[in-house]
Write a protein that binds this ligand. Sequence first.
Ligand SMILES: [Fe+2]
Length: 135
Amino acid sequence: MALIEWSDALLIGVEEVDRQHRHLVEILNRLHEAMQTGGKSRDVVRVMQDVVRYTKYHFETEERYMAAAGYPELAAHRLKHRAMVAKVGAFSEEVLSGKSTVTMRLMTFLKEWLSRHILETDKRFGEYMARKYAA
Ligand SMILES: [Fe+2]
């Protein structure tokens, strides 16, 4: 069973961002699957690297949209992204060095962070964009 089921409730209405969120859900599901078949395998390490790389890329995209739209909450949003990148980076280092394995606890954390971040923080940006470009 997938860790996260994609739901259209996660859409924020900015097409590229939505597409990337969908992809993030996919890689988290891939990581979860790899974890279940062996917590220390090379596969897990590879997917974990994908998660880190894609997360950074995705945050940059979001921030680019926010900057272009003059979004007033960009600075606060960016701080949340930075904190998450640091956390995921630290986890990933531990997995890469073999100090720890990808656990269900980590997966649950990633899942909850992503859904909450999209539903609460990214949605506010979606609403801002809708207001800004509605007229
Ligand atoms: Fe975000």
